[in-house]
Design a protein around this ligand. Structure first.
Ligand code: PAF
Length: 257
């Protein structure tokens, strides 16, 4: 029997449910977890603000036929909080999310490694919205030599293109409209690449487009779709973006080719 696993931090939306659906199609028994992992937050306000909606989460998971839900307490995951966790994530920990959220990926790798050891899934599913997280988890799995197949699932979007995210719940009405500019910037990149073959020029134009809004751009990078290293050519190029909409940090990415 293949065991599928979908880790989440709760405040579920249709994007999470698409992970469960993918897991249902590809495995026999699906376990989801809901755990707001403190070690991956580098800002305690962000951790405290993170939306928590356990009751409706459980109903949603039931509605899509999730077979089991794991709802651990912090002590279950970190019985020895002082224990050190070390992993060499290489350049993934230094660029984009790694640069702006120090220790974030170590916290993600740590909790996912712990989940894998407790649940022992055959296949684990992660959203492609967090493309760098997906690469980090693949690297952790490789470094620790774990027998888990890590699969990405396409980003689910609202009708106006905004990538679904639990953080969208924190946007007020006008911010919610402003937030679509992230998606529009990525679509603009897809237009540009049809005519311009210089990644630096494309990037500059996308940055200017994004800055022409109320969003506060943190980074906008064009990277190689496989390695996530800086793109040197337009072939296989993916744009990754992080921007603040008020106090809410949004990330998204899109293949431009
Ligand atoms: O993507 C998330 O929701 C979290 O980073 C994850 C993978 C559940 C680990 O806490």
């Amino acid at each position: 029997m293949t065991l599928g696993f979908v880790p989440t931090m709760g405040a579920l939306h249709p994007g999470h449910l698409s992970l469960i659906e993918a897991a249902k199609k590809q495995t026999k028994f699906v376990v989801a977890s809901i755990f707001v992992n403190p070690t991956q937050f580098n800002d305690s306000d962000d951790l405290n603000r993170y939306p928590r909606k356990e009751k409706s989460d459980l109903e949603m998971l039931k509605s899509v036929g999730c077979d089991m839900v794991f709802l651990p307490e912090v002590e279950d995951i970190y019985p020895n909080p002082k224990e050190k966790y070390e992993i060499d994530l290489g350049f993934l920990d230094e660029v984009m999310e790694g640069e702006f959220r120090p220790n974030h990926f170590t916290g993600v790798a740590r909790v996912v490694e712990r989940f894998f050891s407790l649940i022992r899934p055959d296949i684990a599913f992660f959203g492609e919205k967090d493309i760098q997280q997906l690469a980090v988890i693949r690297r952790m799995t490789e470094i620790r030599n774990l027998d888990v197949d890590v699969r990405g699932v396409e980003t689910k979007r609202e009708t106006d293109g905004l990538a679904m995210s639990s953080r969208n719940l924190l946007l007020n009405e006008s911010q919610r409209q402003e937030a679509t500019h992230v998606f529009e910037t990525l679509k603009y990149g897809q237009q540009l690449i049809k005519e311009i073959k210089d990644v630096n020029v494309i990037r500059e134009k996308m940055v200017a487009f994004c800055k022409n809004s109320k969003l506060e751009l943190e980074y906008l990078e064009l990277v190689d779709n496989q390695s996530l290293r800086s793109a040197t050519s337009v072939d296989n190029c993916r744009a990754c973006i992080a921007a603040y909409c008020g106090k809410v940090r949004l990330i998204d990415n899109m293949a431009l080719f």
